[in-house]
Design a protein around this ligand. Structure first.
Ligand code: PAF
Length: 312
């Protein structure tokens, strides 16, 4: 259990690496554990849930705000990504962050971004979102490894919505023995099921009205698989068609092994429940939205009865 260390000091805004180091050194001298919440700012309820989790996990909660240029590909939305630092600071202060680190690109990348050392998780980073955003997960893994190097957190908190990102970071932290325990918070949603995302701001009112179809499609897909329908590829194709009918331009809809993101055995093996995740990325207007739904499918009984289940 975390030791109790009352938060009596105001939130610290750390803009330079030296200030960050000084703050962390003081916390370490006092044997306070640190939970890190890396963000790109434009904070919403989902980020605040990560912060709440961080406060439960350690005596000190440290957020970072940095729109990381190396995780955006050419032609992506780096320039227009919403930046709302004053409001973000207010929210972090109100919700009990102990400190926030807001580095400048020049200080994190003093030699530029081009020749920077890269961290990759090659078994995970070229599929699904990685297939349409080459280099994206290397950019994420690299900045997160750098933030871990700078802050040496005991715990780091990430959202489950970015499921592939979460697995890449877990794998990177384990492979490089970075020591931080990675914890995941469930996806925060609007009342109609749309996952909270800074990119929802790109949706026009009619697109916003159509957007919950992404999660509903995943729910239907997961439901069919859970109910024992066979033929994952056909089910995924049907889900893609449903998304297209709702006005999306689907990039992928896929059911994967929840631990490895590999295509799962289909039908389910005879023993044990299969831990799966339904994932999708799709464009709606100029927004690229992603979502996921982890679920379990029961083993196929020896008489193969799930095969008989009609596809709903
Ligand atoms: O999920 C995000 O906001 C970003 O990808 C992260 C983890 C902060 C790295 O820039």
């Amino acid at each position: 259990m975390p030791r109790t260390a009352p938060r009596t000091t105001p939130m610290r805004c750390l803009r330079r690496i030296a200030e960050l180091r000084e703050c962390l050194a003081e916390w370490r001298r006092r044997e306070l554990r640190v939970a890190l919440v890396p963000t790109m700012g434009n904070l919403h309820r989902g980020h605040l849930a990560l912060l709440r989790r961080a406060r439960r996990e350690a005596e000190r909660a440290l957020a970072t705000i940095f729109v990381n240029p190396i995780q955006f590909g050419p032609g992506e939305d780096y320039a227009e990504y919403p930046r709302t630092p004053e409001r973000d600071l207010e929210l972090l202060r109100e919700h009990g962050a102990d400190a926030v680190f807001l580095p400048q690109t020049e200080e994190l990348f003093p030699h530029g971004t081009e020749g920077h050392t890269q961290v990759r998780a090659p078994e995970l980073d070229g599929i699904l979102c990685g297939a349409s955003r080459p280099g994206h997960f290397a950019g994420v893994a690299t900045i997160v490894a750098k933030l871990f190097g700078l802050t040496r957190p005991d715990v780091a908190v990430f959202g489950l919505k970015d499921y592939q990102q979460l697995l890449v970071i877990r794998r990177m932290a384990a492979d490089l023995a970075l020591g931080a325990r990675i914890v995941a918070e469930p996806t925060a949603r609007e009342a109609d099921g749309l996952a909270l995302s800074s990119r929802n701001a790109y949706l026009s009112p009619p697109e916003r009205a159509a957007a919950p179809a992404l999660y509903r499609t995943l729910e239907r897909l997961a439901g069919r698989v859970r109910d024992g329908a066979r033929g994952l590829q056909a089910l995924e194709e049907r889900a893609r068609e449903e998304l297209a009918a709702a006005g999306f331009r689907p990039e992928y809809v896929s059911v994967r092994d929840a631990r490895t993101l590999a295509p799962p055995a289909d039908p389910a093996p005879a023993r044990g429940p299969q831990r799966l995740v339904a994932l999708a990325a799709a464009r709606l207007g100029k927004a690229r939205l992603i979502d996921c739904l982890p679920f379990e499918r029961q083993a196929t009984p020896p008489d193969g009865s799930p095969e008989q289940q009609p596809v709903k």
